[in-house]
Design a protein. Sequence first.
Length: 425
Amino acid sequence: MRDLLITDARLLDPASGTDSRGALLVREGVIADLGPGLAAPEGAEVLDAGGACLAPGLVDLRANLGEPGAEHRESIASAAGAAAAGGITTLCVLPDTDPALDDPALLSFMIRRGEATGSVSLLPYGAATAGCAGKELAEFGLLREAGAIAFTDGARAIASARTMRLALSYARAFGAFVVQHPEEPTLAAGGAATEGELATRLGLPGIPPAAEAMMVARDIALARITGGHVHFAHVSTAAALDLIRAAKAEGLRVTCDTAPPYFDLNETAIGDYRTYAKLSPPLRTEADRQAVVAALKDGTIDAVASDHQPRDADDKRLPFAQAEAGGAGLATLLAVTLARVHGGDLPMLEALALLTCRPAALLGLPVGRLAKGAPADLVLFHPERGWKVEAGSLPGKAQNSPFDGRALEGRVLGTWKAGRRVFGA
């Protein structure tokens, strides 16, 4: 592999606070040097970035893939392509597939399939319970040994307090954490939208926002009892964020992420039964959206994840209450997060930290930073170049974007995995 020198770039490294003009040299898959005034070694390829932003490749903490079991929705190969187009070089995938990732051999298979793409590190979560059914714990030790980054039942809440307590205790013993879908399932059952005036007017069965806070409160109590680390996924309500903020202040091992729909959209996006905007958890009120933005600003939220949930057309072309929940998010992860930068809510480095070094630190990964010796996982993007989200034209199989029709600023120009270019606009 030839050396690569990317010149005239705005180098952005949230881990070190770097925001400066310079160049970056890639040699044998790692960052050999960076800064101003670098000269190209003999025989090196030189790429003029033209002042565009060069940052670490994104670390996506949460994505669902169709494979295994629903490759018609999204395959590993199609997801890898969409991830590369979105600047994502590390993709953490949920285990609630068919079959569930509760077997060490299947985890190893997923990791190898990710490596075979050459464009993304695919890191699987292990199922917290056998079959992600919420009853008997899976074999944490064997799954961890096979490469499980943490444990979760994916989009299914671990409903039993006893099971969750055991999961937190076992995960702690293996140096891992448990990711919870924070929604009390008996309150959420049959619901299609956030309970309130809009759901009533549309005649839709509601999910009370308290269903999220109730599960968060319970699991914080269990983390206190066990000393285990609980991570709450796609947090979307002010009440839940207040509980998490207080738990962190208490020193408990509690972390959380959110997804772009919960800080960019509110419940009005479902409009007249717009099924692309049917998500789990459902879109919330404007007050809750603003609370999520505030939690991004004050550091309560540890990461922003795509929460990619591929659905095919038949899943969405149904009456709203019967349509499948979920939105495609790989290609829009960076640009929608940058909307908070353009809106003045977040500085550039803080926004990028939520997509790079902070999720990497949570997982203990040596990625998500621009530093000598670090893997040359890179994304080059123009922060102000506009584009429009159009379902049917997105990379990957999944086209069910809740941002369909949204004008965004922030276009990925190139993505490199271990120094090899895997996407170029």
